[in-house]
Structure formats: structure tokens, C-alpha cells
Design a protein around this ligand. Structure first.
Ligand code: SIN
Length: 477
């Protein structure tokens, strides 16, 4: 297992030689000691990336594509090992971990296909005096900061398009889950990514690390996935050097069930939207708006499904919900539930912590929740589903849009035209219409309002990692 920093194609200790411990959230057991990178290490990684990026940009698109394709194949070949690492350091159930590896690897396959299709354009200027050529060179060095909920996919969703476009990257993985990131770097080197193009520098000094990376002259872009609060700070700091940014930030997804929905399908969708990856996703359904005619049936069936979820170590057979990442996460979820109950919410199922070891919370359904109450205003990031009954569609849409976190919404109805009309009125970057999951490397992932800037995946994703250059040319003579 690699536990050192990966800079310029070599494994090394951090400048101070210090390490930090990685633990298993299901047991609290110590897993590994990982080198703690310093600001000087971040600087060294940016310098190496700056040099390597120039040669990488010059590599033929087809060759880049084949290296990325090999990255996809290696990830798939190493699914067992990578999934094992994710369960160990992140805690999610094995089926989710394997699903994450398939999803994460797919970003390399998709972007290997996009690498040879970065399009520019040529057109005649309106005056007729010259031609306008538009091309898309790479940005340069991209600093990538990722969260712990998807130790592989949140990295590959950025690294694959960045490399396909000809950039080099310096990655700060989270302290909770650095091991998957380090193993991915090793696999990418094996796939043929040249030294210095991918650098991974874990750290416990996030602020010092980021300051050093942003201040390096080679750095031209910051790509972050995480909370809106942190994103706001990184945006402000990136502004000091007017860096390009993409930000995938928090969510507060409404999950809307109309009277005419197939209730069983809506319950199945709700389970996916709420519970995939132990409910620790920014796409998780956070508020359930259920129309009065099906409110009781939905609540009963959903509570039964949530009550049947097996919680435990992600390594155990049949487990569908692992631990939350740490005790602080359990404290936050418990606080939200207690406050909601004090304000009149009714616990349909669950409602409490689970005795340790490990940081578990029971899958919980709360009914009689008031729209606008604190639990509907915060990203829960845990297995708790607040139900709000509605009668009037216009009023419900206003409540659904009463958030700055416009990442995603879910709509269930048998009336497709109504579903599309409602989807268009939801202020979110993504909508699942009769679907409980929408993440797909071929689709543009991202949010509106304070949920983020830019899109990842799809054809748009690669252009986020490109500049636009226009050449006005007169070749008439
Ligand atoms: C996230 O939670 O940041 C990503 C979720 C997803 O891709 O589905």
C-alpha cells in the first residue's frame, strides 16, 4: 500500500517527515500512516507539474486517449483491490464501493473518447476582412481538492478531463481517504501517464497547502468538490491570482412525489436518492415533498424500506448502509433530528445513534416536518429523510426552490408533460425525473446558485479545463 507523497513520478516522505493516521470508520481501527505534505511539498508538486505539463500538452491527442483508456482498463482490472481500499478507509458498503470504481473508471473511458474531439472553429469576420480561428489549448497546472465521500470518483471526474485536455494536476486528497488517491496515481503511472503530470500530496495543513499551491506561478486553475462554505473560501483565495475555477458544492435536493406517481417506484427511487453511498452524497434527497393523496402510503412504505436497511461494516454481507465518516458527522445528524422532533416532527422509523464501535446512525424517516424548518435548510449528509406534505403545486415549488443549494431535484409522476414542466421550474442543475440517481460521466454534473460553478462530465466537462484562444488571421494575400 502506497503511503508516501507522489511528486514528479517518485514516492517520497513529506518535507518534515511527519505522518498522519488513517482509520476505519466502521471500527475506529488504525489502517495506515500517511506522509503529511507541507506547503513546500505543494510547491514542489506544482513546479514539477509546470514542467511536465508542457510536454504532456504536446503529446498527440490519440496517444493521450490511449493512456487514459489504459487507465480505465487498469481501474476495472483492479476493482476488487480498489473497492476494498474504499470500504476500509471510507466505510461505504462493498456494493457501493464497487459501483464507485465502475463510475470512477468510466471517467477515463469517456474522456479518452473526448480527448480526440476537442473542437475549435473557423469563421469569416462580419467585415470580410479576415478569418476568426478559435482553438482550445489546455489551462496549464490544475490544483484539485477532493472530498472523502467518493475517494476515487471525485478525483477521476476531474483528473480524466484535465489530462485529456493536456493539463497536469496536483491533487490534495482528503485526510480521511488518501489511500485510494495514492493507489490511483500509481495505476495512472502504470497506464503511461508521464512523471509530473499527476501529483498527489496529502496533508493535514489544508490552508498552508492551498496557499502554497495557489501562489505557485505555474498554477492556472483550481477545481474543488466539497461544501459551499469551503468552496467560498477557496474561490476568494483563488481570486488573488485570478485563477480559473470549477466548484462542485453543497446540495439540498427536493424529492417531489405527486398524487399520480407510481408510489412503489417513488419509494424505490427515494431509497436510491437518499441512501446510496450511506446517504453521504451531495446529490442525496434532503427534503421529501409528498402530495397529500399519497402522503400516508408513501410514508408507510418508505419507512418500511428504511427500517429494513441493514447497517454495519461495509465488508459484511448484505450491508446497505455503512458508518458515517466520523463521530462529528453523527453529532450533526443527531442534532438536526432532535431539533426537528422538538419542533413537532414525528419519527416514523429510526431516529437515533447506534452504539459503537464505529460512527453509525439509524436510517430515519420523519413526518410532519414544516417546510422551511432547520432540517430542510441544511445539507443533512446522513440517513435521515424529512417528509413534508403538500397540496398546492405552486406553493410546493416555491418551497423546493427556497434554498441556495440548487444542485439537483427529483420528481415522480406518471404524467410526463407535468414532470417536465415541474422539472423546468426547479432551480437546480440536474433533475431526476422518475429516477433516483442521475450521475453519469456522459451527462453534465453541476449545480445552480451557490451549488457551484462549471460542469463535470459530458462534452462540456473537458472544456472547463481548456482556455479559449482566438486568432484573427488574414491569409488572403
Ligand atoms: C457527490 O456527492 O459529490 C457526487 C455524487 C455523485 O456523483 O453522484
Amino acid at each position: 500500500m502506497q503511503t508516501q507523497l507522489f511528486i514528479d513520478g517518485t514516492w517520497r516522505a513529506g518535507a518534515t517527515g511527519e505522518t498522519f493516521a488513517v482509520t476505519d470508520p466502521a471500527t475506529g481501527d488504525h489502517i495506515a500512516d500517511v506522509a503529511a505534505g507541507t506547503p513546500d511539498d505543494a510547491t514542489a508538486a506544482c513546479a514539477a507539474a509546470g514542467v511536465a505539463q508542457r510536454s504532456w500538452a504536446a503529446v498527440a491527442p490519440r496517444e493521450k486517449a490511449e493512456i487514459l483508456r489504459r487507465g480505465f482498463e487498469l481501474m476495472v482490472e483492479h476493482t476488487d483491490e480498489l473497492a476494498d481500499l474504499i470500504v476500509r478507509e471510507q466505510g461505504k458498503p462493498m456494493a457501493d464501493a464497487r459501483g464507485e470504481i465502475a463510475y470512477a473508471a468510466e471517467f477515463f473511458r469517456w474522456n479518452s473518447e473526448e480527448a480526440v474531439r476537442i473542437r475549435g472553429s473557423i469563421g469569416t469576420a462580419p467585415s470580410g476582412s479576415n478569418q476568426i480561428i478559435v482553438r482550445h489549448p489546455p489551462v496549464g497546472v490544475v490544483v484539485i481538492v477532493t472530498p472523502w465521500n467518493f475517494p476515487a470518483a471525485m478525483i477521476t471526474r476531474k483528473v480524466a478531463p484535465a489530462l485529456a485536455a493536456g493539463n497536469a494536476v496536483v491533487i490534495k486528497p482528503p485526510v480521511e481517504t488518501p489511500l485510494t488517491a495514492l493507489r490511483l496515481a500509481e495505476l495512472l503511472a502504470e497506464a503511461g501517464v508521464p512523471a509530473g503530470v499527476v501529483n498527489v500530496v496529502p496533508t493535514t495543513d489544508a490552508q498552508g497547502w492551498f496557499d502554497a499551491a495557489v501562489d505557485h506561478t505555474a498554477t492556472r486553475m483550481v477545481s474543488f468538490t466539497g461544501s459551499t462554505a469551503t468552496g467560498r473560501k477557496l474561490l476568494a483565495r483563488s481570486a488573488d491570482r485570478v485563477l480559473k475555477t470549477t466548484m462542485e458544492l453543497g446540495g439540498n435536493a427536493p424529492f417531489i412525489v405527486f398524487d399520480d406517481a407510481d408510489v412503489d417506484a417513488a419509494v424505490a427511487g427515494a431509497m436510491t436518492a437518499k441512501m446510496r453511498h450511506s446517504a453521504e452524497t451531495c446529490t442525496a434527497a434532503n427534503r421529501f415533498f409528498v402530495q397529500a393523496g399519497v402522503a400516508e402510503e408513501f410514508a408507510t412504505k418508505f419507512a418500511a424500506a428504511m427500517g429494513a436497511v441493514k447497517i454495519g461494516s461495509g465488508f459484511d454481507d448484505g450491508v446497505e448502509c455503512g458508518p458515517l465518516i466520523h463521530e462529528a458527522a453523527v453529532d450533526k445528524v443527531a442534532g438536526l433530528v432532535d431539533a426537528a422532533v422538538a419542533a413537532g416532527a414525528v419519527i416514523e422509523v429510526g431516529g437515533g445513534r447506534v452504539d459503537g464501535p464505529g460512527s453509525f446512525f439509524q436510517p430515519t424517516v420523519l413526518s410532519n416536518v414544516a417546510a422551511g424548518s432547520p432540517i430542510t435548510q441544511e445539507e443533512i449528509f446522513g440517513p435521515v429523510a424529512p417528509l413534508i406534505t403538500f397540496t398546492d403545486t405552486d406553493e410546493m415549488i416555491e418551497q423546493a426552490n427556497d434554498t441556495e443549494q440548487g444542485l439537483i431535484g427529483y420528481v415522480y409522476t406518471r404524467d410526463l408533460a407535468k414532470g417536465l414542466r415541474v422539472s423546468e421550474r426547479i432551480e437546480a442543475g440536474m433533475i431526476g425525473l422518475n429516477r433516483g440517481a442521475v450521475s453519469d460521466p456522459a451527462a453534465p454534473f453541476g449545480g445552480m446558485k451557490q451549488s457551484g460553478l462549471g460542469r463535470e462530465g459530458a462534452s462540456e466537462g473537458i472544456y472547463e479545463f481548456c482556455e479559449t484562444q482566438y486568432i484573427g488571421v488574414d491569409y488572403s494575400a
